[in-house]
Write a protein that binds this ligand. Structure first.
Ligand SMILES: [Zn+2]
Length: 388
């Protein structure tokens, strides 16, 4: 009889069944630990601020030179209005060759594919490298107590990692057509524009913070950032909210508010952008009767792992399995790779991201099997390098 741990589709279905909405892992971390212990992994589960994380290592009997880590998350975003779903979002229903459920794409399927790939190489191959699993249930939220804590734990316990693959969905149309070698950074700003309250019929006696804010936003939007770089598209600054909270139509309010976000490439950092924007603020404040202030939040710096051994090996493994020539990307939102890149080379590779975070999130069953095959090929190639 086929066991769940031998079948990436059954394992995906099993993992979807855990209602692991960030940061609650709903027992999925213990379940994964029990599977990998059967494969000979030594697992350590620890909690920080209620977030459960799993660090597990498998080592060959002989000395090893390198350790490949896989990083993934079992937490999912909430399903939203459940009756909008065709089936229960935690059922993992399989219909017409697709598996449905929250996390089917992002990213329980990828965790399942990697675990089964590991299972197969450990039982079938002669291995001389070590494997580490960094599994968290805090990626979709603030990500404060997830991968960051796992890396801290690893450093404290002298657990060395040579390379890391993050299983986030990165493919565009076909599994293997795109891997991510970096990510843009993200900086948000919350603007307060202070004016002077007054009667709307006597604007000369007031300072209108709404109109002044509009002027400021125009300046902000016209900031020249860059024209893109070797691996990145141009950075972009976008306004996300504009508010006054003003209920009275005959009053010029005292304050107005707006927020924006910058997705930036490797030509900037949060601090260089803040400096640039602050310069715009001081110029604006000099020429205006209103005063603009901004509070910033840096959610991640941009980074890139220059193409090298790790990405080459992944590209070769994809080509050997699917015959696809895969391309590099640095697009999309942030991911836990932003923490890992401070420790070792990291690339991201997973399924087609089409329906992630959507109602009726789903993926092709065949894609999960294919992803498992590519991971397996990659693990074999990674091992081969050390055997030479
Ligand atoms: Zn994800």
């Amino acid at each position: 009889m086929i066991e769940i741990k031998d079948d990436p589709v059954l394992l995906t279905k099993k993992l979807i069944g855990f209602k692991s909405i960030t940061p609650d892992d709903d027992g999925s971390i213990d379940y994964i630990a029990s599977i990998v212990e059967q494969l000979g992994f030594k697992s350590n589960i620890f909690s920080t601020q209620g977030v459960k994380n799993l660090f597990a290592r498998w080592s060959p009997k002989t000395d090893f030179k390198r350790t490949l880590a896989f990083n993934g998350h079992v937490d999912v975003v909430p399903p939203g209005e459940e009756n909008l779903w065709a089936s229960n979002p935690f059922s993992g229903e399989i219909k017409e060759g697709r598996i449905f459920g929250r996390g089917s794409v992002d990213m329980k399927s990828s965790v399942a594919a990697f675990l089964v790939a590991l299972n197969e190489v450990i039982t079938q191959e002669e291995l001389c490298c070590s494997f580490v699993l960094l599994i968290t249930s805090d990626e979709e939220g603030n990500a404060e107590y997830g991968t960051k804590e796992l890396l801290k734990w690893a450093a404290k316990n002298d657990e060395i990692i040579t390379d890391c693959i993050v299983g986030e969905p990165t493919s565009s149309k076909l599994v293997g057509d795109t891997i991510k070698i970096g990510r843009r950074g993200s900086l948000s700003g919350y603007i307060v524009c202070k004016g002077k309250q007054g009667h709307i019929a006597y604007p000369e006696k007031a300072v209108n913070p709404v109109e002044e804010l509009i002027n400021f936003l125009r300046k902000l939007k016209s900031l020249k950032l860059d024209a893109g770089s070797k691996f990145f598209d141009p950075s972009s600054l976008n306004i996300s909210t504009v508010d006054t909270n003003n209920k009275a139509l005959n009053v010029i309010p005292e304050e107005s508010f707006a927020s924006f976000n910058v997705r930036f490439n490797d030509k900037h950092s949060c601090s260089s952008l803040i400096k640039k924007i602050n310069k715009t603020i001081s110029e604006f404040n000099k020429g205006s009767s209103a005063t603009v202030e901004i509070k910033y939040k840096c959610s991640g710096e941009s980074f890139v792992t220059e193409p090298g051994q790790l990405s080459d090996l992944l590209i070769t493994s994809i080509k050997e399995t699917t015959d696809i020539d895969c391309k590099f990307s640095t697009g999309g939102g942030t991911s836990d790779a932003r923490f890992i890149r401070e420790h070792c080379p990291v690339v991201e590779f997973g399924l087609v991201g089409e329906t992630m975070h959507q109602v009726n999130e789903n993926t092709r069953v065949e894609d999960i099997i294919l992803l498992k095959e590519i991971y397996k090929k990659f693990l074999k190639n990674y091992n081969k390098k050390d055997r030479k």
